[in-house]
Design a protein around this ligand. Structure first.
Ligand code: PMT
Length: 413
């Protein structure tokens, strides 16, 4: 049976401020996603927000009281804004209008949301949504800069069609991006806080000519799941991506295309790292010569001369935990063990790519973890996020065995 992933949101109290933007209706979806992830969502709505969406909707979604009025005698809280401010692990304001951002920057406290914002010690995440000219206005940008100086995190609005009909920057960011930023904030105190984790993802592409390339079916899903799981445990994550997927919020990303580019990026990123996980499907061969112009078709049979690409994992050495994946279509365990020995890895994740629901492009994966010390753990079919969490558990066990202490960018001690 596939269980839903246990995320950093589970059991956390999140104060969700909703302000008077046309995007307020999207806050319902956001509240729903957070609630489904196991968070307790305390919604605080400004008066203007209630003109766009009813508190009843949010109450039904979160199964909790929705706070709307500072002067109403609260059913549960003694001084409502103080209770909300103290209970919150994070204050998220989405969507945030220019007006609310200005109030917060100026330290005003004239409604329940701005009072809570002033009273809370919890980190604050703001996702603005407004007309593009209002967003670009120097007053708004200065207010945002002031709040950033105070440590407030912003999830930038995206470009697209606005309520006015214009195309511009002002749409509420995608929910995944908002939730990703929230997860990164909540994960800060996690068990990987202080660790630097480098993860590769996606399939490399080796050019043949300006049009064609040698590639593979890797989507990057497995690597990205590892990135999110490490981020949610508080790690500083560097993602080296050969996939087109947008990077998860809160992580540094280096985009690469070829194995050689990935090798350079990995060599740089592993300096001071604690863990390297190579989930990328790296091409083993590249064209001996890349044609400068598009190859014309002829009636002749064509032959491609290939040469080896660098073995990145083999060459990436240091005082960090080295983890490889072995994508196998036969003799899974024997082949994975061979890679563990050959590349002198600490851990190899043997990945059965023939089974339905496992391997490339799927949302689930079936793997067996084999460690250098001889340990072997066969996992059932799980979501890639669950596999990622189990891989991180195994890495932490290995690191503990090696006497890892909390580190500050010096690699394993
Ligand atoms: O991206 P998805 O669609 O989610 O699919 C996930 C996946 C199937 C790609 C992933 O789970 C996986 O198995 N990745 C490793 C694929 C692979 O290239 O395996 P390999 O057996 O060829 O390589 C072994 C290890 O050496 C890998 O960690 C690989 O990153 C690394 N390698 C390989 C070749 C090379 N030139 N340099 C390397 O560093």
């Amino acid at each position: 049976m596939i269980k839903s992933p246990m995320t950093v949101l589970q059991g956390k109290t999140i104060a969700l401020g909703i302000t008077g933007s046309i995007a307020a209706f999207k806050a319902a979806e956001l509240a729903s996603a957070l609630t489904q992830a196991g968070a307790m969502v305390d919604v605080i709505m400004t008066e203007a927000a209630q003109r766009f969406i009813s508190p009843v909707t949010l109450r039904a979604i979160t199964h909790r009281q929705v706070a709307t009025d500072m002067w109403e005698v609260p059913a549960k809280f003694e001084i409502e804004h103080i209770s909300l401010a103290e209970a919150a692990k994070v204050l998220l304001i989405a969507p945030a209008t220019a007006n609310t951002i200005a109030k917060l920057a100026g330290g005003l406290a004239d409604d329940l949301l701005s009072t809570t914002a002033l009273a809370t010690k919890a980190p604050m995440v703001i996702a603005p949504a407004m007309n593009d000219d209002m967003y670009a206005h120097p007053a708004t940008q200065q207010n945002i800069a002031r709040l950033k100086e105070r440590g407030v995190l912003f999830v930038e609005p995206s470009f697209g069609r606005l309520a006015s009909g214009k195309i511009g920057q002002g749409r509420l960011a995608k929910l995944e991006e908002i939730i990703g930023t929230l997860s990164a904030v909540l994960g800060r105190e996690g068990e990987l806080a202080g660790w630097k984790v480098v993860i590769t993802a996606g399939g490399t592409r080796e050019p043949l000519d300006p049009v064609r390339y040698l590639g593979n079916r890797s989507s990057g899903k497995m690597g990205y799941a590892l990135v999110e799981a490490a981020r949610d445990r508080g790690a500083r994550v560097i993602l080296i991506s050969a996939s087109d997927r947008p990077a998860p919020a809160g992580v540094a990303v280096v985009r690469v295309e070829t194995a050689s580019q990935m090798q350079v990026a990995v060599a740089e990123a592993v300096m001071g790292a604690d863990v390297l996980i190579m989930a990328a499907a790296v091409a083993d061969y590249q064209a001996k010569e890349v044609a400068a112009q598009k190859k014309k078709k002829t009636d002749e049979t064509q032959y491609l001369e290939l040469k080896r690409t660098p073995d990145i994992l083999q060459g990436a050495r240091g005082h960090f935990v080295r983890v490889g994946f072995a994508a196998e279509s036969e003799d899974l365990i024997a082949n994975a063990r061979h890679k563990l020995d050959e590349k002198e890895l600490d851990l190899v994740i043997a990945n059965d790519i023939t089974e339905f629901g496992s391997g490339f492009e799927t949302d689930t994966n079936h793997v067996t973890m084999i460690s250098r010390d001889g340990g072997m753990e066969a996992l059932p079919l799980l979501t890639k996020r669950e596999v990622a969490d189990r891989v991180l558990d195994a890495i932490m066990r290995l690191a503990r065995l090696r006497g890892k202490k909390k580190n500050h960018g010096e690699g394993l001690e």
